[in-house]
Design a binder for this molecule. Structure first.
Ligand SMILES: [Zn+2]
Length: 127
């Protein structure tokens, strides 16, 4: 299995990690040196992805949503900003995000007011 690594934003200690998949969310990995959960650390940055304006079907848009969630958790992002347009994809993605929130695969989400064509997902619950 391919491994890569992240490093602790608190103390700098590197840690080998596995490639994430949806069943692993939210990932938990304690720093060997300072015991912080490495996957709750973030650098305040946003990951943005457009999942509605390349002729996506609803099914394809939901696949892209999962890929972006994994990329977000794999990185050090605080938020995932989803461009969802104003149609059926938006409705289905909001439903899926409610589902994932109940499973704790993300922390929270909200419409990017006043731009209802975008949704801001808070990945991690840490401040
Ligand atoms: Zn550490």
């Amino acid at each position: 299995m391919p491994t890569h690594s992240r490093h602790c934003l608190h103390c700098g200690m590197p840690a080998p990690t596995l490639r994430l998949h949806m069943d692993m969310l939210p990932p938990v990995l304690a720093c060997r040196k300072c015991d912080e959960n490495l996957y709750q650390q973030h650098d305040g940055s946003n990951l943005t992805g457009d999942i509605a304006h390349h002729h996506e079907t609803v099914g394809r848009a939901l696949q892209k949503l999962d890929a972006l969630l994994l990329e977000g958790w794999d990185g050090y992002y605080q938020h995932l900003r989803l461009i969802v347009g104003g149609g059926l994809i938006r409705e289905q993605v909001l439903g899926q995000l409610h589902f994932y929130q109940r499973q704790h695969r993300l922390s929270a989400f909200r419409e990017d007011s006043p731009n209802k064509g975008a949704i801001v997902v808070r990945l991690r619950s840490s401040p």
